[in-house]
Design a protein. Structure first.
Length: 350
């Protein structure tokens, strides 16, 4: 029988000297590399111990992602089908109307989502767009959903506008290691990413920040990716870990498609999730893009490694996703339940 207990009535884990490991922002690359190098069973055991010390076992946060403005982005991100420089035949669209966004949010809530995320294919929002964006945040918040937006780079005054509207999270991924960043994107720098994260923090909005693996990077780059996140002044409240979906017509999609590099080894992907969990104990670690091609067994290993958030629904911006039905069946098979309570970092900040 599926265990339907929630955070409040699940027994507290007994972890001995591994109970509530310290949250650190002074990780060295050597320490993170050593975690990657652990025997797989040892790494999984450590990650599960850290996870249970900070999070309720067997709970998964359900989130929904909607593209509120698709295509035509001037950035040249090598993985992205929405880049204006990509040859994907994706038609650029205008910013959605507020009413349409709210209708999608209502559907997401009815399907069990806790957080509604809205993404726009912009380098940065124009001030003339902010009134609509603010109305979307306020409307989704009024439904009782958590709100998240990803709009590209933000100026300080725009971050403050979103904070005043009640935005809970802002997503701005670093994508990869600082050293590999220029191989993926040339139209903005790694430092630009960090500047937006600082503006978001200064405005009092929680940070959602992760990246993509399987872009042809080395393990050293995956070490650098986790290290960059884990040494931020405050860990991101949410850390999405994406597996590259190689889209034809994008630089990375054309380079990696039909090659052994087109898919990162499943065990290496799980290792990345486990290391992220250990290095950022209180963060929500989310399985994001690429999950539709993962087996149930691989996803189960990711949950064992400490992942506790997923995007549900049939679509992630422009790429496919597993779908609500498949996700419900998987969680039932694993005896897992949707998360209803607050995230640990947000509770601790109150």
């Amino acid at each position: 029988m599926t265990d339907t207990r929630r955070r409040s009535d699940r027994p507290a884990p007994s972890l001995g000297d591994r109970d509530a490991p310290a949250v650190r922002t002074d990780w060295t690359r050597a320490e993170i590399a050593a975690l990657f190098d652990l025997p797989f069973d040892e790494l999984m055991w450590r990650a599960q111990g850290v996870h249970r010390a900070h999070h309720a076992a067997s709970e998964v946060q359900l989130c929904t992602l909607l593209s509120i403005k698709t295509g035509g982005c001037p950035e040249d991100c090598g993985y992205c089908s929405q880049s204006a420089s990509a040859d994907t035949q994706l038609k650029a669209e205008k910013l959605m109307e507020v009413e349409a966004v709210l209708a999608s949010a209502a559907e997401a809530k009815a399907a069990g989502s806790q957080r509604f995320c809205m993404g726009a294919a912009w380098r940065n929002p124009k001030d003339r767009d902010m009134a609509k964006v603010v109305a979307m945040v306020e409307g989704v918040k009024a439904m009782g959903l958590e709100t998240c937006m990803t709009l590209g780079m933000l100026a300080p005054h725009q971050a403050r506008q979103l904070a005043e509207a009640g935005l809970d999270y802002y997503n701005h991924n670093i994508d990869t290691s600082p050293e590999n960043y220029g191989n993926v994107i040339t139209t903005r720098s790694f430092g630009d990413r960090l500047e937006t994260l600082a503006n978001v923090r200064e405005a009092g909005i929680s940070v959602c920040c992760g990246g993509i693996v399987g872009m042809g990077e080395t393990r050293a780059d995956r070490v650098g990716f986790v290290h960059a996140l884990a040494t931020l002044p405050r860990h991101p409240e949410s850390v999405p870990v994406n597996a590259l979906v190689p889209v034809r017509g994008t630089p990375l999609g054309d380079m990696l498609a039909d090659t052994p590099m087109a898919r990162l080894d499943d065990i290496e992907f799980v290792r990345t999730v486990a290391v992220a969990r250990i290095a950022m104990p209180q963060s929500m670690v989310r399985l994001s893009a690429g999950r539709e091609s993962m087996s149930d067994a691989t996803q189960a290993l990711c949950f064992m490694a400490g992942a506790n958030s997923i995007f549900t629904g049939d679509k992630l911006l422009t790429t496919g996703n597993a779908g609500d039905g498949a996700d419900a069946a998987l969680l039932a098979k694993l005896g897992m339940v949707p998360m209803l309570g607050e995230e640990p970092m947000r509770v601790a900040a109150v």
